[in-house]
Write a protein that binds this ligand. Structure first.
Ligand SMILES: Nc1ncnc2c1ncn2[C@@H]1O[C@H](COP(=O)(O)OP(=O)(O)OP(=O)(O)O)[C@@H](O)[C@H]1O
Length: 324
């Protein structure tokens, strides 16, 4: 395996785990992989380095960072046969958690030795590809409000604090959402367009999404104010999606979202712009290293795991606490 390891030294937990990167690379080298370590020096570097690796026919690019670094890497690899993997060094590491990859780099490197590259879909928001999801409204306003230094200092708690601030302020926006042939309208607080299931490393909003079905899953959260936002949040945390009449679920290949006023948009945790915006699926646009036993119908391939017990509260605690 000819591998480029793209390392973001500014990612949330990079300092803590930097020394372990060499150990991770050693695990692969002992298996005969050639591994080249390339640190980024600025935002945008990871995309450039990934694109260069794709042009030079590398087998694998490993994004050593968080979901923002992975997002840059997929935007560099899209359409190539160079596969994506990650060593989770970020704050939230949603993709790593989705795949149940160990969060310690050396253990993650060991686990990946048995993984296989498979084609998966990406989403596209305007001209930016996303791997996990796009969020419009409430969550994008929170994302835009969290400063990089705050995220580094407080981790997930920074999002909780900004979330409380937004919940007080938020008002539903008038919207028109065109999904393939059908159009819905009304006041919305937030729309999540998911390629995968896990959201923020904690809950599953697009809980039925598959990463290789050629479709995006759309969760429309209607409402007028922060009180309804909090009510919907609890419905989602308790997985009572179908009990809340203001939470609607769709699947589509193309989603045009128009709102008044304009709402912020985030993809994979990075603020990227405002509505109106077109979201489309890019079927099988990238190869990704995947474990043999993917959970909860995340792919169309057969899986060997069964549904796990529902443990909202311990999961919430694990999400808030720093990882060991
Ligand atoms: N050398 C660098 N200097 C400054 N910014 C960088 C550098 N390399 C990458 N970035 C940017 O840093 C941002 C955040 O990094 P990343 O997502 O890896 O970590 P994180 O935010 O802690 O993790 P997560 O997204 O999982 O919460 C990314 O959007 C990326 O574009």
């Amino acid at each position: 395996m000819r591998t480029r390891l793209i390392f973001n030294p500014t990612a949330g937990n990079a300092e803590q785990y930097e020394a372990d990167l060499a150990a991770a690379a050693l695990v692969w080298r002992e298996r005969g992989w050639s591994v080249e370590l390339t640190p980024t020096t600025a935002a945008g570097d990871a995309k450039r380095l990934a694109r260069e690796a794709a042009r030079q026919d590398y087998d694998l690019v490993v994004a050593a960072g968080g979901d923002g670094t992975i997002n840059e890497v997929i935007n560099g690899l899209v359409g190539s046969s160079t596969a994506l993997a990650t060593l989770p060094l970020g704050t939230m590491n949603v993709w790593a958690r989705e795949l149940r990859l160990p969060l310690q780099p050396r253990l993650a490197a060991q686990a990946m030795l048995s993984w296989q590259a498979q084609p998966i879909d990406l989403g596209r928001a305007g001209d930016r590809y996303f791997l996990l999801m796009a969020g419009i409204g409430f969550d994008a306003a929170i994302t835009a409000g969290v400063r990089a230094d705050e995220k580094r200092r407080l981790g997930a708690l920074a999002y909780v604090l900004r979330g409380i601030e937004q919940a007080i302020r938020i008002r539903g926006a008038r919207s028109r959402i065109r999904m393939d042939g059908r159009t819905i309208s009304g006041r919305v607080l937030m729309v999540v367009i998911g390629n995968s299931q896990l959201y923020g490393g904690l809950v599953k909003i697009t809980h039925r999404a598959s990463i290789d079905d050629g479709l995006l899953d759309v969760c429309v959260i209607r409402g007028d104010n922060g009180v309804s936002a909090v009510r919907h949040l609890f419905a989602i945390l308790r997985r009572r999606y179908s009990h809340d009449p203001e939470i609607e679920y769709y699947r589509a290949r193309s989603i045009q979202v128009t709102t008044t006023p304009r709402l912020p948009v985030q993809v994979d945790g990075d603020a990227i712009g405002q509505t109106p915006m077109l979201f489309t699926v890019a079927p099988r646009a990238i190869y990704a290293l995947l474990p043999p036993d993917l959970p909860d119908d995340l792919t169309q391939q057969p899986t060997s795991t069964t549904n796990r017990p529902r443990r909202t509260v311990p999961r919430l605690l694990r999400w808030l606490l720093p990882r060991s």
